[in-house]
Design a protein around this ligand. Structure first.
Ligand code: PLP
Length: 397
C-alpha cells in the first residue's frame, strides 16, 4: 500500500534529538544530546505528597472532563506565581494551559499562519519549532544573533523589507545557543512588533532556570501594543514528563487558542495541571529553583572546564548563565554531522550537530549543541575528553 500523506506531513522531518534518544539505549553512551533537566533535581517527595493529596481529595475533579483553557486553579496559580512576579499584568482571559508548551507553539502557529506567510526566527533556533513552522509551508527568514541573542538592528532591517506575520524568539538561555537577550533589546523587539505590526511568540521555557547573573524582564513586559504571546513551560523548571505549559496572550488570541484546542485534545489532562497548581500554591517553586541552580552551575562549569582542557584551539563558544546548552563552533570548517556520528559509534558519546537548528542547514554545518543539564559533572568531563579526542583526530586528517 502506498499511502498518500498530506503535504503538511511530507514537510515534517523526524526530530534529530528524538532519533538520538533511540540510539542512546546503550548504557555505555554518555549523552549530551537531549534537553532534559537534571533528574537529581526533581522534587520527588513533594510530587509524591501532592499527587496523593490530590487523588485523595479531588478524585472526581480529576476524572471528569475539564475546561479547555485549563484547570482554573492552575491558571490562577500561573498568574500569581509566574506571570505577576515578572511585572506582567494579565487576567484569566489571557491565560491558556497546554499539554507542554510544544502544543502551545503548535496551536499558536495553527491560528496565525497560512502557507507563504513570512515568519522570522533566530538563527539558530529550536528544531522542534522549525518543524512546526516548516509543516505549515511558511517562508522562514533567519535573523542573525550574537552573544546577546537576536540582533535588533537586523530584525528592523528585515521587518521593513519583508513584513513578517510573526517573530519566534527564545529570549533566555536560548536553545541551542545558550544566550540571553538583554533588557534593551527586549524592549526594542516589543517596539518593532508594534511599529511593523507582527506578533511575537516569546517562547520562554528556560528563563527561570538561572544559576548566575541578574534576572531579565520578559518581552511581554514592554508589550504596549498587545502583540506578544509569552509562552512558558513547567518541563524545564519542574519535570518534562508532567507535560504542562501555559501562556499569556492577547485576549483575541487566547480566545482563538481555546477554540482550536477544543478540536485538538478538548483539554490537557487535569491531574498534571493540578499537581503543578498545588506545587505553585504551596509556594515551592522559588525554593526548588534555588535548589536546582547549583546542580546546573556545577554541570555547566564542568562542561566549560572540559572544553577548555580537552578541545583543541579554535573551538568557539559562549558560556551560559542558565538553561541547559552550549553551542560550539568547531575549528577548520569541520563537518559536525560526521563528527557526531563518529562520536556516538566510536567514542560512545552523543550530542546534536548544528544543521537541524538552522533554516539554512549550512549555517549549522560546523556547530554542535552540548547539553549539560542532564548528565552528572564527572561524566561530562569524560564526555569532553572523548569529544576532544575525536575533534583532534578529524583535524589531523
Ligand atoms: C525552546 C523550547 N521551546 C519549547 C520546548 C517544548 O517544551 P515542552 O513541550 O516540554 O513544554 C522546548 C523543549 O525542549 C524548547 O527547548
Amino acid at each position: 500500500m502506498t499511502v498518500q500523506f498530506s503535504k503538511r506531513c511530507q514537510r515534517t522531518r523526524p526530530s534529530a534529538i528524538r532519533a538520538l534518544f533511540k540510539k542512546c539505549v546503550d548504557p555505555e553512551i554518555i549523552s549530551l544530546g537531549g534537553g532534559s533537566p537534571a533528574k537529581e533535581g526533581f522534587p520527588l517527595e513533594e510530587i509524591r505528597d501532592i499527587t496523593k493529596h490530590i487523588i485523595d481529595e479531588k478524585t472526581v475533579d480529576m476524572l471528569i472532563y475539564g475546561l479547555t483553557p485549563g484547570y482554573k486553579p492552575l491558571r490562577e496559580a500561573y498568574l500569581k506565581w509566574i506571570v505577576e512576579p515578572k511585572g506582567v499584568k494579565a487576567t484569566l482571559d489571557n491565560v491558556i494551559c497546554f499539554t507542554g508548551s510544544g502544543q502551545g507553539i503548535d496551536l499558536t502557529c495553527e491560528i496565525l499562519l497560512d502557507e507563504g506567510d513570512v515568519v522570522f526566527v533566530e538563527s539558530p533556533t529550536f528544531l522542534g519549532t522549525l518543524n512546526v513552522l516548516n509543516k505549515r509551508g511558511v517562508k522562514l527568514v533567519p535573523i542573525p544573533t550574537d552573544e546577546h541573542g537576536l540582533i535588533v538592528e537586523e530584525l528592523e532591517k528585515k521587518a521593513k523589507e519583508l513584513h513578517p506575520k510573526m517573530l519566534y524568539t527564545i529570549p533566555a538561555f536560548q536553545n541551542p545557543a545558550g544566550v540571553t537577550i538583554p533588557t534593551d533589546r527586549r524592549k526594542r523587539i516589543a517596539e518593532l512588533a508594534a511599529e511593523y505590526d507582527f506578533i511575537v511568540l516569546e517562547d520562554d521555557p528556560y528563563g527561570d532556570v538561572r544559576f548566575r547573573g541578574e534576572k531579565v524582564p520578559p518581552i511581554k513586559l514592554f508589550d504596549k501594543a498587545d502583540k506578544v504571546i509569552m509562552m512558558n513551560s513547567f518541563s524545564k523548571t519542574l519535570a518534562p514528563g508532567i507535560r504542562v505549559g501555559a501562556c499569556v496572550a492577547p485576549v483575541e488570541i487566547a480566545q482563538k487558542l481555546e477554540v482550536i484546542k477544543q478540536g485538538c485534545d478538548t483539554h490537557s489532562s487535569t491531574l498534571p495541571q493540578a499537581i503543578v497548581a498545588e506545587f505553585l500554591n504551596r509556594g515551592l517553586m522559588e525554593g526548588h529553583l534555588k535548589k536546582i541552580a547549583p546542580i546546573y552551575a556545577e554541570r555547566h562549569d564542568a562542561l566549560v572546564a572540559g572544553i577548555r582542557k580537552y578541545f583543541p584551539e579554535g573551538c568557539k563558544f559562549v558560556e551560559a548563565e542558565g538553561g541547559m546548552f552550549i553551542w560550539l563552533k568547531l575549528p577548520n570548517h569541520m563537518d559536525a554531522k560526521a563528527l557526531a556520528e563518529k562520536c556516538i559509534e566510536q567514542y560512545k558519546v552523543a550530542f546534536v550537530h548544528g544543521e537541524p537548528f538552522c533554516v539554512n542547514p549550512e549555517d549549522g554545518f560546523d556547530y554542535i549543541r552540548l547539553n549539560f543539564s542532564g548528565t552528572p559533572a564527572d561524566k561530562i568531563t569524560i564526555a569532553c575528553e572523548r569529544i576532544g579526542k575525536a575533534i583532534k583526530e578529524e583535524m589531523a586528517k
